[in-house]
Design a protein. Structure first.
Length: 215
């Protein structure tokens, strides 16, 4: 199947699909927590880029990775400068600057591995964020050069995720506002009451490491 055939199919479909190497792959549905986190992020990032030459797009807009032909739907996209689209339907971006994915059990390994490897080929991409939905944890990969990314991990509701490329800070407490985690006391309540949060194991709740694209 050619990309044009996929897009013709997708624009008539009631469900979302990814496309890679001539094949179509159905995308999984999302949970309530996933949607709440996405809305929180869209609000904060949207407010954070007000007055800047950037704009945000939600999970209904496709991204096309031109070098490898991949089509998918990130949970949140930031574009700076003029958006560039795949065709005149204006529903498929090719120049995202920031991509955010909210993790789920069925997609976490894919989002960390193969999907990230495909995203790395987007020349305009400077930041990739992975946001857990079953615990307060965000991983931020910041591009250093063509082959290396710096990873920062956040696991405390008192921290703020800093996206320097768009001068935007995302408080962890706001990312997880109104999110309750299954089979445990909500982390916001644990912190407010002085209880033990996920980062109180004696280790630092923020870590940084430089990653090579070859890893």
């Amino acid at each position: 199947m050619m990309p044009e055939d996929f897009l013709a199919f997708e624009r008539e479909s009631e469900t979302k699909h990814e496309f890679y190497d001539g094949q179509i792959f159905a995308m999984a549905g999302t949970s309530a927590a996933h949607n709440v986190i996405c809305m929180n992020l869209a609000r904060m990032v949207g407010n954070g880029v007000l007055g800047k030459p950037c704009r945000t797009f939600g999970m209904d807009l496709r991204v096309h990775v031109s070098p490898n032909g991949f089509f998918t739907y990130p949970d949140l996209i930031v574009v700076c400068g003029e958006p560039v689209y795949f065709d005149t339907a204006f529903d498929t971006l090719v120049n995202p600057k920031v991509i955010v994915e909210v993790l789920s059990p069925s997609t976490e390994a894919y989002d960390r591995g193969r999907k990230f490897a495909l995203y790395e080929e987007i020349v305009s991409l400077t930041d990739y964020l992975l946001v857990s939905q079953d615990m307060a944890r965000v991983e931020h990969f910041e591009r250093e050069d063509a082959a290396h990314w710096r990873r920062s991990a956040y696991a405390s509701l008192e921290q703020t995720v800093s996206i320097r490329s768009i001068d935007c800070g995302l408080p962890m407490s706001e990312i997880y506002r109104l999110v309750e985690f299954e089979d445990r006391v909500p982390l916001r309540k644990q912190v407010d009451e002085g209880g033990e949060g996920p980062a109180s194991s004696g280790r630092s709740s923020t870590s940084e490491r430089a990653y090579s694209a070859a890893e």
